[in-house]
Design a protein around this ligand. Sequence first.
Ligand SMILES: Cc1cc2nc3c(=O)[nH]c(=O)nc-3n(C[C@H](O)[C@H](O)[C@H](O)COP(=O)(O)O)c2cc1C
Length: 220
Amino acid sequence: MDVVEAIKTRKSIRGYKPDPVPREILTEILEIATRAPSSMNTQPWEFTVIAGDVLEKVKKGSVEKFNAGEPGYLGWEGEAFKDKCRERQVALAIQLYKSMGIAREEREKRTDWERRGFGYFDAPAVIVISVDREHAPRAQFDIGALSQNIALAAVKYGLGTCMHDQGISYPDVLKEVAGIPETQRMIICLSIGYPDGVLPADQVVSEREPIENITTWCGF
Ligand SMILES: Cc1cc2nc3c(=O)[nH]c(=O)nc-3n(C[C@H](O)[C@H](O)[C@H](O)COP(=O)(O)O)c2cc1C
């Protein structure tokens, strides 16, 4: 599979088979992914790869907090998206809800959909990426490059991924159950597993802005 094909094939997968992902495959994916560039080759990332009983506990803990209405905490002051970003965010939600047959006024079903993310979309494995708290502000870009590498490498192994911050919204659960130390700041997590191929939302192809709308060409 060439790189362009992998880029075009990758999309967020939110429905997984329960089949476990072998540790050897996850290791290979992480080895490939850590070829990502990082600022001055600092490689600030650390992984916590969670599966089995531990993941079940994390899912349960996270969903319980969501059900209790506990606000999530991402470690930065998250302002709501505005303007064009907000429009694109809404467009995605419309696509996903439409695919799942969820109408605007069906609040309970929308909450059920949201809950899926806090349950890690029932993936058989999750990769949490964290960095030393002191390096967190500078490391965001590096983690972005790394995350995309993981998602692309996963495609080669027939695996689907969804990078999401819902899964790190309740960091205390991950600290307690998976032992992620206080000195680490979680930046993102990726659900990973074999796509079940039946979740209607996974048929959605999210939209992209045409290049002419977002590009200024100079000197051509
Ligand atoms: C930083 C980041 C955070 C994200 N958080 C979530 C999330 O919490 N829940 C979710 O369902 N998807 C999440 N996503 C996935 C995006 O919704 C998805 O990448 C986007 O809609 C584009 O769709 P695609 O990945 O299928 O191309 C996140 C993606 C990124 C890069």
